[in-house]
Design a protein around this ligand. Structure first.
Ligand code: ADP
Ligand code: MG
Length: 462
């Protein structure tokens, strides 16, 4: 029918405009490399903040003792206790608790948020086994993973540049988040020192390095997306401090804010305009878990409004922003039943659209594929950009250097088709020979352990 072909035209137009041919990906990688240089050259020199982490030493594997970590970066936060065994003994034990953040705290006051976090931490500390209590006079120490853009002033202090990923608390911006958390801990008499402030990429890099000394970068694909890597300190013109003994400095790229030569569809533009942070985090809005399902919803809404895709009326739920979550999208995308039963159920349960035909369900799966493929391929291009910056995208004669990239985050971990597409695209971009030197490793929950490791190496008792 005419309406069906109108719906197909909308789909095909979206597919065309979302295309990421290899040539385009290479341009993105080149632009990433250029922006990395610019961001390292001067503060504000690029959309990429290229933040100096003050981490100039990564774990060696010799770290020892009981340390706490706190991981705040999405809708959940986690508190961890990690028992490090020292030389060659690895992690002897770890426990964690996960707490979800009540939505009203994500847009409330700074004090309310940090009070809530401190209270959850105190509750967790109370479960510490007897034999692990610190001796009298000795403070517990914590690595604080705070996955928002922070201008570090030292390894254990830094001011919030901006919120992302659905958080928006005006009075935290410009404040030292370690000071904020410390205030809340003191209020309830929790005696603990924040020894390291890092973000999840840095934590994942540190956690990855603990197990594998070839880890040179970390990428997070979760609610948001970001990357960190090990840079040579002398290659950071904006760094006016001393060159560390190691010669290295870990850089938090904040690559979610990359923009350069990305082409955006009308759906991406509208999503951005109506977001909490218009004009910001454009790369993130094309790639990460917070947004992929929402892009699908917007295309489906247009198909419903302009081509009666779901019948004569537009399903009201389809008009609700963020109602279609990326895990639901992944479940539909992974549906292997012959009649796409999972797709049918998801459309019914999340959007209250029933009686969908197989033909319609196939279109929904195609849409998932378009959106996930674009995101995964762009993420691969970003990784190629980092490898280019480090001169590790090609194999030098006689050199057998391995480069390991630690990946983590719920999107990478659970969205198999996304992960497979990312990995095959990176291989394709690198070519066979170079691809053999690059390893992608899932750093399962590296960020929590990494923060504890960095707390250990920055302990006041060393
Ligand atoms: P965060 O990034 O908030 O620290 P995670 O790394 O756990 O937390 O990532 C959570 C995000 O991962 C969710 O917001 C969601 O977008 C995505 N995600 C979680 N589970 C799945 C899934 N099964 N399929 C696809 N995406 C998922
Ligand atoms: Mg996280």
């Amino acid at each position: 029918s005419r309406k069906w072909s109108r719906a197909m035209a909308i789909l095909k137009d979206f597919e065309e405009k979302s295309g990421t041919p290899l040539a385009k990906l290479r341009q993105v990688a080149d632009a990433m490399d250029v922006e990395m240089h610019a961001g390292l050259a001067s503060e504000g020199g690029s959309k990429l903040n290229m933040l100096i982490s003050f981490v100039d030493n990564l774990p060696t594997g010799d770290e020892k003792g009981l340390y706490y970590a706190l991981d705040l970066g999405g809708t959940n936060f986690r508190v961890l206790r990690v028992h490090l065994g020292g030389k060659d003994k690895g992690v002897l034990g770890q426990e964690f608790a996960e707490v979800s953040i009540p939505p009203h705290l994500m847009t409330g006051t700074s004090e309310a948020l940090f009070d809530f976090i401190a209270a959850a931490l105190a509750k967790f500390v109370a479960s510490e086994p007897e034999g692990f209590h610190p001796p009298p006079g000795r403070q517990r120490e914590l690595g604080f993973t705070f996955s928002f853009p922070v201008r570090q002033t030292s390894i254990s202090s830094g001011t919030l540049i901006k919120w992302t990923k659905g958080f928006n608390i005006e009075d935290t911006v410009g404040e030292d988040v370690v000071g904020e958390l410390t205030k809340s801990m003191e209020k309830i008499g929790l005696d603990m020192r924040i020894a390291a402030l890092v973000n999840d990429t840095i934590g994942t890099l540190a956690g990855g390095r603990f197990y594998n000394q070839d880890v040179i970068a970390a990428v997070i694909l979760g609610t948001g997306t970001n990357a960190a890597y090990v840079e040579r300190a002398h290659a950071i013109p904006k760094w006016h401090g001393l060159i560390p003994k190691s010669g290295d400095m870990v850089i938090n790229m904040e690559w979610g804010n990359f923009r350069s030569n990305l082409s955006l569809t009308e759906y991406d533009l509208a999503l951005d305009a109506e977001s909490l942070n218009p004009g910001e985090q454009i790369f993130e809005k094309l790639i990460s878990g917070m947004y992929l399902g929402e892009i699908i919803r917007r295309v489906l809404l247009k198909m419903a409004e302009e081509a009666d895709f779901f019948g004569d009326t537009v399903p009201p739920k389809l008009k609700v922003p963020f109602i279609l979550r990326t895990p639901d999208m992944a479940a539909m995308h992974h549906d292997t039943t012959p009649d796409l039963k999972v797709v049918g159920n998801k459309l019914k349960d999340t959007l209250e659209i029933s009686n969908t035909s197989l033909k319609m369900r196939k279109i929904v799966v195609e849409l998932c594929d378009i959106v996930a493929t674009r995101g995964a391929r762009l993420a691969a291009a970003g990784i190629l950009g980092i490898l280019k910056k480090l001169g590790r995208d090609t194999v030098k004669v006689g050199e057998k250097q391995k480069s390991v990239i630690a990946l983590d985050g719920g999107l990478y971990e659970h969205y198999t088709k996304f992960r497979e597409c990312l990995e095959s695209t990176l291989k394709e971009l690198l070519g066979e020979e170079a691809a053999e030197t690059i390893v992608i490793e899932h750093a399962n929950d590296g960020s929590g352990i990494g923060a504890a490791l960095l707390a250990a190496s920055h302990s006041q008792y060393l």
